[in-house]
Design a protein around this ligand. Structure first.
Ligand SMILES: Cc1ncc(COP(=O)(O)O)c(C=O)c1O
Length: 423
């Protein structure tokens, strides 16, 4: 693990820096000589520090869909979470296979549904083979940690998702953190490496900013240097590309032997779980040696059934992804029109509205709630310091009336925060 990764963590987490500074290099006192501390005191002190920095978080239970709020916060980009076809897929799976997978995929946890989903996800994204994991987080851990290693340089975009950051840490590789969407920096790291092997890993659509990785350029770089490219399609699947086949498919590189895709079933596909897709050699390696695959209970059959039904819906309604992208552009246009800082031409469903300080983001979230809107509010360590934001997500089913409500709320935010670029 390089210093770069530690910097990546501490830059966004004031408490991580505090803890790193507290690690003394001096000889340790005998543990029994130390005063006996309350082991929870440290956690209470950390919580107080987060309080002071406006970084406490709360878990607010969702009341079915009865809270009357317009959903601009979830990752249900295609609005399929309550679709009767998905519900029927999940229910049929439970009736046939029960409520749990009953074991790891290598023991009893692979039902016919899992095998079908492995195949269908590969066919849908245009890759050779697929392997379903119990979450997208574990798919990233499995792919990067297993394909990495001491003889592999891992090159990771500075704003990659936390699951990729954690996967890099698990890989035991040297990790080079490169500036955001910087193909030249990736090429330099590949060219200057001492390791015989290399892996470049990137989000396809970045989860907070909603921008797209330069996949064609990254692929040219890995091809020139004999490396692998791992692309996390979490926010691209079902939204980007022809029929929602993802960003790698749109870039024409999905089936290349040096390209590996990871994805989650929990966003556009409105289910739960994840997958890794790629060459048979990659999938075979994960089955034989991927700890996040081997030592984890298989995906619950209901989730597999719902995901298969979602793929059926995408095949029957290929216009859905385009509608989600259209709504995202409409949201961005509203924000741009009010002079708010955003991604002006979103290629997927994620639209950030940058407010700066955590308190400003919280205030904006509360304004939205008062106007009947549920929005995401992202603060450090999820985003860099000074980049706290609302994260608005488009849904294919978002209608004109809902967009009008959003316009009113954004207008109030632009006026109240003074972050309007027009001021
Ligand atoms: C880019 C990205 N990768 C991976 C994940 C993890 O997927 P899952 O929620 O299925 O664990 C997420 C979000 O949750 C994500 O945003």
């Amino acid at each position: 693990m390089t210093g770069g990764t530690i910097e990546q963590a501490t830059a966004t987490d004031p408490l991580a820096r505090q803890r790193a500074d507290a690690r003394p290099d001096r000889p340790r006192a005998n543990a029994l000589d130390r005063p006996r501390a309350d082991p929870l005191d440290r956690l209470r002190a950390d919580a107080r520090a987060r309080d002071a920095a406006g970084l406490r978080r709360d878990l607010s239970p969702r009341d079915g869909d009865h809270d009357g709020l317009i959903d601009l916060a979830s990752n249900d980009y295609l609005g399929l979470c309550r679709d009767p076809r998905l519900v029927a897929g999940a229910v049929a799976a439970v009736r046939e296979y029960g409520t749990g997978a009953t074991g790891s995929r290598l023991v009893t946890g692979t039902t016919e549904l899992h095998a079908e989903l492995d195949r269908r996800l590969a066919a849908f994204t245009g890759t050779a083979a697929g392997l379903v994991f119990s979450s997208g987080y574990l798919a990233n851990l499995g792919a990067v940690a297993t394909l990495g290693g001491r003889d592999v340089l891992v090159i990771s975009d500075r704003t990659n998702h936390a699951s990729i950051v954690d996967a890099c840490r698990l890989s035991r590789s040297r990790v080079a953190i490169v500036p955001h969407r910087d193909v030249a920096a990736v090429e330099r790291a590949l060219a200057e490496r001492d390791e015989p092997h290399a892996l470049v890993v990137t989000d396809a659509v970045f989860s907070v900013d909603g921008d797209v990785a330069p996949l064609a350029g990254l692929h040219r770089a890995v091809r020139a240097h004999g490396a692998l490219l791992v692309i996390d399609e979490a926010h691209a699947l079902g939204v980007v590309g022809d029929g929602g086949r993802g960003a790698a498919h749109a870039a024409g590189i999905a089936g290349e032997p040096d390209v590996v895709l990871t994805l989650t079933l929990s966003k556009s596909l409105a289910s739960q779980g994840g997958a890794v897709l790629g060459a048979p050699e990659v999938i075979g390696t994960l089955v034989d040696a991927g700890r996040a695959f081997i030592f984890d209970t298989g995906l619950t059959p209901a989730a597999a059934g719902a995901a298969l039904a979602a793929l059926d819906v995408l095949a029957a309604e290929p216009g859905l992804p385009g509608r989600a992208r259209d709504r995202a552009r409409r949201i961005a246009a509203l924000a741009v029109g009010l002079g708010l800082e955003t991604t002006p031409d979103p290629a997927a469903a994620v639209v950030p509205v940058v407010l700066g300080a955590p308190e400003d983001a919280l205030h904006a979230r509360d304004l939205c709630r008062k106007n009947g809107l549920k929005v995401g509010c992202f603060r450090p360590p999820s985003v860099p310091d000074g980049r706290s934001c609302l994260r608005l997500t488009a849904r294919a089913t978002l209608d004109e009336a809902e967009l009008t409500v959003l316009g009113t709320a954004l207008e109030m935010i632009a006026r109240s925060t003074g972050r309007s670029l027009h001021t």
